[in-house]
Write a protein that binds this ligand. Structure first.
Ligand code: DDH
Length: 291
């Protein structure tokens, strides 16, 4: 009988749109956090859940939500992401049918769209797995390194130079926290709105190494309020990557198009979908539903 009850509820697009709306409303309600939004940290949660993927062993990726467990939750790269997981807990409780792994990715999609980014098509199909599926530490990028490290890390996920640059534009959002990564400050003046400002500022501002006790990071000479990581600098120093930075700095539409395509791929790495690529959904933003 229990099996029958379970089988009788097959969530459809409308059910996921409802969860999307619940996340979007919670984002609006909790504007006391950080720069006024949990959006950036939700995007980072979805990225760190996905970015553990290894194409050779087909391990890691967003299927499993294994960051719920130590050791993965305690990996240095994941410091601070408990804030994002806790933010989503009431939504999981109200919608117990959705898996954590589908919920985290839906939250990433929702946060990007609600922060005025492009639509990220989505399909469910991730299942939660136990701690034996936790990935080893060291699969996510180290911000103190340079382009060869980026190529090794993102190449392992299956991404090329253009895709590394397109993904990096997410740093228009959010900030670094000294009690998380050790770095400090935002990359842009509007850290809760997705724009191509990350690329524009990277090229147009003058950057110098910050004089402080913390880890090596850059600051803009004009306002000294913005930051760049060594890995951010690497994408303009690299001859092959820099043209993509220039392209996205000039053309926000091109950035949005490529960002949507590459984030979609990132969020689907390693997921054994039973539905086809033609069955992805596009959620409506809260604004689009009320106007
Ligand atoms: Fe990132 N990122 N990221 N990042 N990231 C940090 C914050 C945020 C690197 C290091 C850091 C991506 C790529 C890279 C976001 C999204 C994405 C912080 C600061 C560090 C350090 C954490 C803290 O102190 O709270 C490095 C290195 C790379 C790389 O090598 C390319 C990608 C691909 C994404 C993505 O989403 C597609 C977001 C959003 C944040 C802001 C989080 C927050 O709490 O605010």
């Amino acid at each position: 009988f229990a099996e029958k009850v379970k089988a009788s509820f097959v969530p459809a697009f409308e059910d996921y749109q409802k969860v999307y709306n619940a996340i979007a409303k919670a984002l609006e309600e909790h504007d006391e956090y950080d720069d006024g939004s949990y959006g950036p940290v939700l995007v980072r949660l979805a990225w760190h859940a996905s970015g553990t993927y290894d194409k050779d062993t087909k391990t890691g990726g967003s299927n499993g939500a294994t960051m719920r467990f130590a050791p993965e939750g305690d990996h240095g790269a994941n410091a601070g992401l408990k804030a994002a997981r806790d933010f989503l807990e009431p939504i999981k409780e109200a919608n117990p049918w959705i898996t954590y792994s589908d919920l985290w990715i839906l939250a990433g999609v929702c946060a990007i769209q609600e922060m005025q980014g492009p639509v990220i098509p989505y399909r469910p199909g991730r299942s939660d797995r136990d701690l034996s599926f936790c990935t080893p530490d060291g699969r996510l990028p180290d911000a103190s390194k340079e382009q060869n490290h980026l190529r090794a890390i993102f190449g392992r996920m299956g991404f090329n130079d253009q895709e590394i640059v397109a993904l990096s534009g997410a740093h228009a959002l959010g900030r670094c926290h000294t009690d998380r990564s050790g770095f400090e400050g935002p990359w842009t003046f509007s850290p809760t709105v997705l724009t191509n400002d990350y690329y524009r500022l990277l090229l147009e501002e003058k950057w110098q190494w910050r004089k402080w006790d913390g880890p090596k990071q850059l600051q803009d000479t004009k306002t000294k309020s913005l930051m760049m990581l060594p890995t951010d600098l690497a994408i303009i120093q690299d001859k092959k990557m820099r043209p993509f930075v220039e392209k996205y700095a000039k053309d926000n539409d091109a950035f949005f198009k490529d960002f949507s395509a590459v984030v979609l791929r990132l969020f689907e790495l390693g997921v054994p979908f039973t539905t086809g690529k033609d069955q992805r959904w596009s959620f409506k933003t809260l604004d689009a539903q009320t106007s």
